[in-house]
Structure formats: structure tokens, C-alpha cells
Design a protein around this ligand. Structure first.
Ligand SMILES: Nc1ncnc2c1ncn2[C@@H]1O[C@H](COP(=O)(O)OP(=O)(O)OP(=O)(O)O)[C@@H](O)[C@H]1O
Ligand SMILES: [Mg+2]
Length: 142
């Protein structure tokens, strides 16, 4: 299990923190990643996805709701719900493909669409914040 709080000095350290968490995950797990703009959410997910076998670019799904990757042990989904707020009325099945039973799912901006995912699958809640310069604080809820 990762330490409950960690301070990183640069993006590489945040990627490593993501990789360490990823190594504990199993198919079906969902990880929620919160934090203000530029806090390092995508950086954290990049480290996690690399650990799980993704070799191509890992970028912020900014103009689409998410990306899907083929991981070493199964599908990996990376969602950014930033613009999903108030999406009541949109196609309720929009996110379904990202939540295949065996997919590991990373969700940025989860507070924009609470309950858009199966609650029983949430394994970790991670919160990132600026801590001066290139430092970031990462808090892990079990
Ligand atoms: N310790 C650090 N951890 C993570 N990123 C850092 C750190 N120090 C500097 N950075 C830089 O901060 C930026 C973080 O961007 P990133 O896209 O990961 O944030 P984000 O939280 O996903 O933003 P958004 O809300 O726009 O999705 C990157 O340019 C990264 O290089
Ligand atoms: Mg991002």
C-alpha cells in the first residue's frame, strides 16, 4: 500500500507514485484522481499506465471524455470528466465502454460527475495539490 501522503519534487516522481499505485491494482479497479488544474493528475495517470504496459503517448483526454488503452493484463481506461458537469440528459450509456468488467479505470475530475461510475469498483481516491514550485502533495485515501 502507498503511504497516505507523499511530497514529490517533479513530474518524474509523480509518475513513479502513479506506477507504485498501479502495481497494486487488479482488473475491474477504479481509481479517482482529484486536484486543481495542473496539479499533476495526468502525470500521475501516465506513470500508472506505463506500469501497466502502455507504451504510446499518454495525454490528457481534453477534447474527448476518455482514452482506452490495451494494457499488459487487459483494457485500461483514462477518463477526464472536466466538461461532463451537468450532463444530465446526455446519452446515459456514454461512459459504458470505458467500464468493461475487466478494465482498470483512472478518472480525472471525478467531482464533475459523481456516480458516473460503479461505486463498488472504486479502489483508491487520490488527491493532488500544488505545494510550491514543482512540488506536489499526493494524498491517498485507502
Ligand atoms: N511534482 C510534479 N508532479 C506532477 N507534475 C508536475 C510536477 N512539477 C511540475 N509538474 C508539471 O505540472 C504539469 C502538470 O500537468 P498535468 O497535465 O499532469 O496536470 P492535470 O492535473 O492533469 O491538469 P488538468 O486539470 O488540466 O487535467 C505538467 O506540465 C508537469 O510537468
Ligand atoms: Mg489532466
Amino acid at each position: 500500500m502507498p503511504a497516505p501522503t507523499e511530497l514529490t519534487a517533479g513530474p518524474e516522481e509523480t509518475e513513479r507514485a502513479g506506477a507504485r499505485l498501479a502495481a497494486t491494482l487488479a482488473p475491474g479497479d477504479v481509481v479517482l484522481i482529484s486536484g486543481e488544474l495542473g496539479a499533476g493528475k495526468t502525470t500521475f495517470v501516465r506513470g500508472a499506465l506505463r506500469e501497466l504496459g502502455v507504451e504510446g503517448p499518454v495525454t490528457s483526454p481534453t477534447f474527448v471524455v476518455g482514452h482506452m488503452h490495451d494494457g499488459r493484463q487487459g483494457p485500461l481506461s483514462h477518463l477526464d470528466l472536466y466538461r461532463l458537469a451537468g450532463m444530465a440528459g446526455e446519452d446515459p450509456g456514454l461512459l459504458d465502454p470505458f467500464f468493461a468488467d475487466d478494465a482498470i479505470v483512472f478518472i480525472e475530475w471525478p467531482e464533475q460527475a459523481e456516480e458516473a461510475w460503479p461505486a463498488e469498483r472504486v479502489r483508491h481516491r487520490v488527491r493532488l495539490s500544488h505545494a510550491g514550485g514543482d512540488q506536489r502533495r499526493i494524498e491517498f485515501d485507502p
